[in-house]
Design a protein around this ligand. Structure first.
Ligand code: BLA
Length: 231
């Protein structure tokens, strides 16, 4: 599932000359002992991005996940791109979260780098949700315009591809036309990126799933050596 999102991303990565980086076989693809869950990962690097990772989890009817995070080079203060899209087949529920994850909560920074999100979601009313449960702190690495949809099959079929497409295009524009930092210097950017990984490592509810599907040892390795390497 989510092949169309993957293809969209792949096409855009090709356009920006992203190079695929080799990753260990255990991360490339890992299958649970009971054969019910398969996780696949990809890692890229390109001019404006020091790390762009993609994860697909295929758990059949139970769960499908498309997750991607783009870390700009430390020279650019632009937000980190974060996408977490989950389909729960048994309950037929979609959770999709897309954000330009801000490094700081300064109003002018948010306005400059994140406010385009508002224009995107205004076109898709069912994705116009910003309310989070309390897994993450909404004021830490999330923008005021984070796109959240708790929806169903109709949202999945109808709007998700268009939203992802717009979301990606706008974000890549910021990167392509980046000129100068106005809010943070290189050292501060680096430290925010590290803190983002540390924070996400601590908060991401994915590790509970991974432990259940793929075991403690693989999960620990995957969390620190693929998902959140800078923590
Ligand atoms: C929520 N993400 C979740 C949940 C799970 C995952 C199980 C809870 C689902 C629920 O509340 O019903 C699962 N996260 C994963 C998996 C991966 C993962 C399998 O990272 C695999 C790599 N999460 C991110 C990124 C963002 C993000 C980059 O990884 C940023 C956009 C957001 N996920 C995010 C948010 C929630 C969530 C905000 C909670 C939604 C809410 O509070 O309503």
């Amino acid at each position: 599932m989510f092949e169309s999102l993957y293809d969209l991303l792949d096409n855009n990565l090709k356009k920006i000359n992203a190079k695929e980086i080799n990753i260990s076989g255990d991360f490339k693809q890992f299958i649970s002992k009971d054969n019910n869950f398969v996780i696949k990962n990809w890692l890229y690097k390109t001019k404006g991005f020091r790390k762009w990772r993609v994860t697909k989890l295929d758990g059949g009817e139970k769960i499908q996940v498309f997750n991607t995070v783009a870390y700009p080079v430390f020279e650019y203060e632009q937000p980190i791109l974060g996408v977490d899209i989950l389909w729960f087949g048994n309950s037929q529920k979609l959770l999709s979260v897309l954000d330009y994850q801000p490094l700081i909560q300064d109003k002018l920074y948010l306005e400059k780098y994140c406010s385009k999100l508002n224009a995107i979601k205004n076109q898709y009313s069912e994705f116009d949700n910003t309310k989070m449960k309390n897994i993450y702190d909404a004021n830490k690495y999330f923008s005021p315009w984070v796109i959240i949809c708790r929806g169903d099959k109709s949202n999945l079929d109808k709007d998700l591809n268009n939203i992802f497409n717009l979301f990606l295009k706008e974000y890549l524009q910021i990167n392509t036309f980046f000129t100068e930092n106005k809010f943070l210097n290189l050292k501060q950017i680096q430290s925010k990126h590290f803190a983002y990984d540390r924070y996400s490592y601590d908060k991401d509810p994915a590790d509970k799933l991974f432990k259940k599907f793929f075991g403690e040892e693989w999960t620990r390795n995957f969390m620190s050596n693929f998902l959140f390497t800078a923590n």
